[in-house]
Design a protein around this ligand. Structure first.
Ligand code: AR6
Length: 181
């Protein structure tokens, strides 16, 4: 399983699944969420509305993940996850880690070989980039090791790609990736 860093726009990634940093409403927003819905078209929102009506009447809780179609995007699925809002007073890193773990579990269940993540919670939800990068990489490394040891047949997952929207975000992930696992 490879971890790859790229600087770019997640909506342009040709992967099986892209992860959306959504909010609990699942009904869209700004940032990466806005970009995904804009470029993916109305089919994604339609499925999100159906999920609200069926399984998530109170919204998708922070740390959980659920998939929809990717509409017109060059991916097969969008996995929506809700990051925690950063708080200087309360450690919510378990919720941020859970976003990565749960999204990978959904990707694995779908049989995705390639998955792209944005830097969840580092925009509107204000999580400091260096810390978010460390949590993201530690969690993905641990989860993929577990997936390959727990599943006898092996997971289809071959690549986890982090798509970073700025040079500073890319540099933070590069530093965290260079740290010993
Ligand atoms: N591709 C990759 N990364 C992007 C893109 C893109 N097209 N656009 C932004 N980013 P944010 P959050 C980066 O705010 O902090 C939404 O309104 C961005 O630079 O999208 O989890 C939701 O509806 C930042 O580093 O998500 C929620 O209400 C990272 O993606 C709320 O924002 C995440 O920024 C979620 O906040």
């Amino acid at each position: 399983m490879n971890i790859v860093l790229v600087e770019g726009d997640i909506t342009e990634q040709r992967v099986d699944a892209i992860v959306n940093a959504a909010n609990s409403s699942l009904l869209g927003g700004g940032g990466v969420d806005g970009a995904i819905h804009r470029r993916g078209g109305p089919a994604i929102l339609e499925e999100c509305r159906a999920l609200r009506a069926s399984r998530y009447g109170r919204g998708l809780p922070a740390g959980q993940a659920v998939e929809t179609t990717a509409g017109r995007l060059p991916a097969r699925w969008v996995i929506h996850t809700v990051g925690p809002v950063y708080s200087p007073d309360e450690d919510r890193s378990h919720l941020l880690a859970s976003c990565y773990r749960e999204s990978l579990a959904v990707a694995d269940r779908l049989g995705a070989a390639t998955v792209a993540f944005p830097a969840i919670s580092t925009g509107v939800y204000r999580w400091p980039m260096e810390d978010a990068a460390r949590i993201a990489l530690t969690t993905v490394r641990m989860a993929t090791v577990q997936m390959s040891t727990v599943r006898q047949a092996g997971s289809a997952l071959r690549e986890v790609r982090f798509v970073l929207f700025s040079n500073a975000a890319y540099a933070a992930f590069e530093t965290a990736l260079a740290e010993p696992a």
